[in-house]
Design a protein around this ligand. Structure first.
Ligand code: SAM
Length: 358
């Protein structure tokens, strides 16, 4: 069994493991092995970020979606979803509130809603940048052409989040309708990276049919792409989707994967996600204690928050909400961390003054 601890040590030292080693860790996960990994991941995060936690204001601009991902509560086939979309003034008002609260990153996320043309988004991004030149804009609006990604980048978008969801072709096809492919997802990620976005990918933990081998593939895909950000959270079923009766992802496995990613890439911007907070009352804090360094409170207008229901019981109030920032600060303070007013850009890792990853 001590071999498993050696594998964690090896990951910390070399930031590299073979696929079989990742599978071995995941197949033999115990509470004490997990605690060992969390402690190391925490230490590595502290070395890179100190006790600073970056915050992002999440603005969920639309729950219309042309896609039909089998796991997602806002999939187009869900006729029970109460649809909404925000106009420019709504978004500006969210930014105004967020800026005054101390947010210096705005994340515009939504379903793939054709209403938001490139022209619309260019105007929106340019206007936000004009009013808040010291803020970063992150987009999370799904798959687009390289040309569209380029135009939005040129308009001032800094970062883009697009989870690959699973790096295994066969698994991908079980979670998505056939018009969505892993190949296209990967090609979007490559375009984003090449254009110069700080790029985020990620996956759900415990999605139906997922194996530990799939998770090892996810980690190795992340190693290869070398994104600046990774979002991962447990899969949580939504009652109006084909996966309504499936089990949710496990807390310990999600935390362990956060720790492995932190050890593999110390400089990664790694959120402790809303989904983690949803499956456990202390999920947010546990994520930070497993190596995460970012939280993304909800800045959407209060009347639409419940409508952006990706999965059942999704949190959107108290510390999960931008106006609940004081609760979040207290929670972080209680575990020894400080929420900072900062853009929180990606900064490559230095070891003995030498840049390790760019
Ligand atoms: N449309 C954009 C996209 O595809 O990237 C952004 C919105 S999408 C709803 C954001 C993320 O929510 C997805 O990447 C997925 O991982 C996550 N998500 C959707 N349904 C979920 C569920 N049932 N449980 C956990 N996460 C879920």
């Amino acid at each position: 069994m001590s071999k498993l601890y050696d594998i964690i040590d090896k990951l910390e030292e070399t930031q590299n493991l073979e696929k079989e080693e990742f599978i071995n860790l995941l197949d033999n996960l115990t509470e004490s092995l997990a605690q060992y990994a969390y402690e190391k991941a925490r230490k590595v995060a502290r070395e890179h970020f100190g006790n600073r936690i970056y915050i992002r204001g999440l603005i969920e601009i639309s729950n219309y979606c042309k896609n039909d991902c089998l796991y997602c509560g806002i999939r187009r086939s869900n006729t029970n979803a109460d649809r909404y979309r925000l106009n420019k003034e709504d978004v500006f008002s969210c930014c105004h509130t967020g800026y005054n609260l101390g947010f210096r990153t705005f994340v515009l996320q939504g379903g793939e809603d054709p209403f938001y043309s490139d022209e619309f988004l260019i105007e929106l991004i340019s206007e936000i940048k004009k009013n808040y030149p010291d803020c970063a804009i992150t987009l999370s609006l799904g798959e687009k052409s390289r040309d569209s990604y380029q135009k939005l980048f040129d308009a001032g978008a800094d970062r883009y989040l697009l989870r690959h969801e699973t790096a295994d072709e066969a698994h991908y096809s079980k979670l998505h309708p056939k018009e969505l492919t892993l190949e296209s997802r990967k090609s979007c990620l490559q375009s984003l990276h090449d254009i110069g976005y700080q790029t985020g990918t990620g996956f759900m933990v415990g999605s139906p049919w997922q194996t530990n081998e799939n998770l090892a593939q996810d980690i190795l895909f992340i190693k290869e792409l070398s994104p600046e950000m990774v979002g991962l959270g447990p899969f949580i079923p939504h009652h109006d989707t084909p996966f309504a009766g499936e089990a949710q992802g496990a807390l310990d496995k999600t935390l362990f994967l956060l720790a492995l990613l932190r050890l593999m890439k110390p400089s990664l911007l790694l959120p402790s996600t809303t989904a983690l907070g949803t499956i456990h009352p202390k999920g947010r804090e546990l994520g930070i204690l497993a190596g995460a360094n970012v939280v993304m409170p909800n800045l959407s207008p209060v009347d639409v928050r419940k409508k952006y229901l990706l999965y059942d019981n999704k949190l959107s109030s108290d510390a999960e909400a931008a106006e609940g920032l004081n609760s979040l600060k207290k929670q972080m303070d209680a575990i020894g961390y400080e929420v900072v007013t900062d853009r929180g850009d990606y900064a490559p890792q230095l070891r003995k003054g030498v840049l390790l990853d760019v």
